[in-house]
Design a protein around this ligand. Structure first.
Ligand code: FES
Length: 172
């Protein structure tokens, strides 16, 4: 039994004290027997802790922390586009290409960004600065086309708007 507890602690130690406190805050929003409901928040928190991507070990640590089967956490981590499974750039640009954005020019947004950054969708610039990603509806269709950078939405995109944004980020 003791060896088993030691192994569990090793997994749990992958989650920082700050992240645990943050996860606990989310867990407290649900009934005690439903702490698995915090799994999406927990994955986001440990992803932020790890420079923006999830490793198998971190997914297992979240499973351990929330008393969930690792496969159930793995399924969540692979289903939603906000989770990354490999290292990404310092700035992640998520362009919505769903129906409203597509009708309002998301193809042009993607093409402009690809040309400007010299990468294709799903790739990261050589300097590790930008990752470009295609995502499903961001829920801001009324202001399409839309992209998300970090926690911020950028709406009614034009080439000029994109250029200004990228240039401001290049100086980060
Ligand atoms: S379709 Fe792009 S935000 Fe909804």
């Amino acid at each position: 039994m003791f060896a088993h507890r030691d192994k569990d602690q090793t997994k749990l130690d992958l989650i920082t004290v700050e992240s645990k406190a943050d996860i606990d805050n989310w867990v407290s929003k649900y009934p005690a027997e439903q702490k698995r409901s915090a799994v999406m928040a927990a994955l986001r928190i440990v992803q932020d802790q790890n420079s923006g991507y999830l490793t198998d070990e971190l997914i297992e640590a979240v499973a351990e922390y929330l008393d969930m089967p690792p496969i159930a956490v793995q399924e969540v981590a692979t289903f939603y586009s906000m989770y990354e499974r490999k290292p990404i750039g310092k700035v992640k640009i998520c362009v919505c290409t769903n129906i409203s954005c597509m009708l309002c020019g998301s193809d042009d947004v993607v093409e402009h960004l690809q040309n400007k950054l010299g990468i294709k969708l799903g790739e990261t610039t050589g300097d590790g600065m930008f990752t470009l990603k295609e995502v499903e509806c961001l829920g801001a269709c009324v202001n399409a086309p839309v992209m998300q950078i970090g926690n911020d939405y950028h709406e009614n995109l034009s080439k000029e708007k994109i250029d200004k944004l990228i240039e401001s980020m290049d100086r980060l």
